[in-house]
Ligand binder design. Sequence first.
Ligand code: ADP
Ligand code: MG
Length: 688
Amino acid sequence: MFPLNTPIEKLSRVGKVSARYLKSLGIFTALDLIYNFPYRYEDYSSILDIKDLKPEQTVTIRGKIITIKNRRSFRKKMYITEAIIEDITDSIKVVWFNQPFLIKNLRVGDEIFISGKVESDNLLGLQFVSPIYEKINGQKSLNTAKIVPIYSLSGNLTIKQLRFLVNQALNSVKLIKEFLPEFVLNKNKLIPLKLALKEIHFPKSFKNLEKARYRLKFDELFLIALRSQQIRKYLAKSIAPAIQFKEKEIKEFVDSLNFKLTDDQKKAAWQILLDMEKKIPMNRLLEGDVGSGKTIVAALAILNAILSGYQAVFMAPTEILAKQHFLTLKKLFSDKIKIALLTSSEKTTNYLDNQLSEDWLLAEIKNKKVDLIIGTHALIEDKVEFNNLGLAIIDEQHRFGVEQRKKIKEKSHNNKIPHFLSMTATPIPRSLALILYGDLDLSIIKEMPKGRKKIITKLVSEENRIKAYQFIKSEIKKGQQTFVICPLIDPSDKLGVKSVTDEYKKLSQKIFPDLKIGLLHGKLKSDEKDEVMKKFKENKIQILVSTSVIEVGIDIPNATIMMIEGAERFGLAQLHQFRGRVGRGEYQSYCFLFCDNTEKTAERLSALTKSNDGFTLAEYDLKFRGPGEVYGLKQSGMPDLKIASFNDIDLIYLSKKEAKEFLDKYEIENFLELSRKLKEIKMIDHLE
Ligand code: ADP
Ligand code: MG
């Protein structure tokens, strides 16, 4: 037994090289070995007499080596090791290829286990071909005669070595402390942690394995849920202005719109307005596909806050989007409320329609001459001071981080925390949202406004490339515009500069020399990006070649074609988001997916030609590519799920319920091991 933090180098059978490969798998200490779970198992637990063997069975036999020798095959200079193994019932032949050293280790008279599949050869009868073997020498077998774990490997690591190391580390499992309180264990019928950790590696039965998996999955999900619940509890302690729902005025406003709200919009608005009536800050995420009409829902919340005498702030990820929101809301509210646009390049209001000095505008805001302040996410960092802030909305971001929250509170000058609303067009299925954003309440707009034209989506093969270009040309002749999205091809080209630049050159020099083509990628500074987008918006650029940085939410009603290169490299949800950049005007729009020619790609991408629903596509993605791939969550602080998954829906709900009940009754600080464990998990809220 050694301490859990013993570095792997100190373990027996770990040399320098192995240590390096273990580290590449994220294994640095004995404890890491214990928490490095198998990804599957091989069942060698059925031990049979040799006389009872049947072809195709995967089994273990136990016997004595009667003969063992190497020979070389004639044609293929290969070593073949042949042995005869005998038990009291019968004997059987075993062969291995290219392992001549075996005869040094396995000798006549040795007792061994042989595990593997029984093969039948017409001439020679039954035999084992390259089975797993293990000498019986009084030690516990790790590779045969039981359910054996299969781990991810790297470099020269072998599976036998890893099993040996894990088994070694498991000697120290006694030192691991149970962190779940007894009553949680009992109530949820969970087995003790130490037992679960042993059984997950070397399960005595599949039933035990199931119990171990259940326990360890519960651990992961429960800790995440506790973390979210803690944030909720923290927020519940802070005080927000209770903003009365001005039903009559809001109704009048809704009736004055030139369209009818969808049911989902009504429901989302209702949830938000009720949240705002509470004395604790709203913490809500409004999810809705591109074009589903989130802005109007936000507008209702804004209006309601302002009617009660509060200010509201509305933040967008870029200056262009901030400007777009300013123009939209200006039109929507006409002169009902006073709106300011405050970005680094523009300072204006809807009541004094020119560029104003920053100091003057800041004073207006501070003195509450302005009701609604629109800007980029940088508004929080800026020197702006609010006066009686009641509502903060952030567009195209999944949540307010803890830091952002603090800063806003400091700026709101009423000693209260405003209500928070985040909005996103990323469709996140509920199960995943519960894991990732359990601290938030969710409103989802699934239904699109009526009368939207369906975007015609086509997979385009190489043979039809020219035709597609001709079509683009004809659309542009009619006055429309086109996006061209390029994937990151070269991993060293993280910002995609090379791939878009190549594409840009090709299109502007060879394919469309007479058209105006623009280029957008992650390496441009934000004002350069804004400049390109502005030109595109004004139709001074007809084709915009871009990496995936292309703005979410940007509204170019005149763009009707979205062409995507290397579409197989993107997830469906992301492709769907790109597609949402077109079809925003009155014209029929198109999405062309250029992709490799494999059947698998065609099958996956054809989902896009069939479905127009971001959530359906996201769920499809989740199934085939996993959440990290789909949402780029690896970078954005996806909690490290080793064993649980977003597919464990029942367990996700259960852990959430348990975490809530737990924190409703107890203070976490009174549970030493649990709070220690909780501190270990990645703090999602701090990373965004
Ligand atoms: P997003 O959810 O992508 O932010 P927007 O709020 O920009 O979507 O809305 C997209 C367009 O749909 C806007 O032009 C908006 O005026 C319009 N819209 C919103 N709700 C409805 C509705 N219920 N019926 C018709 N059009 C609507
Ligand atoms: Mg939007």
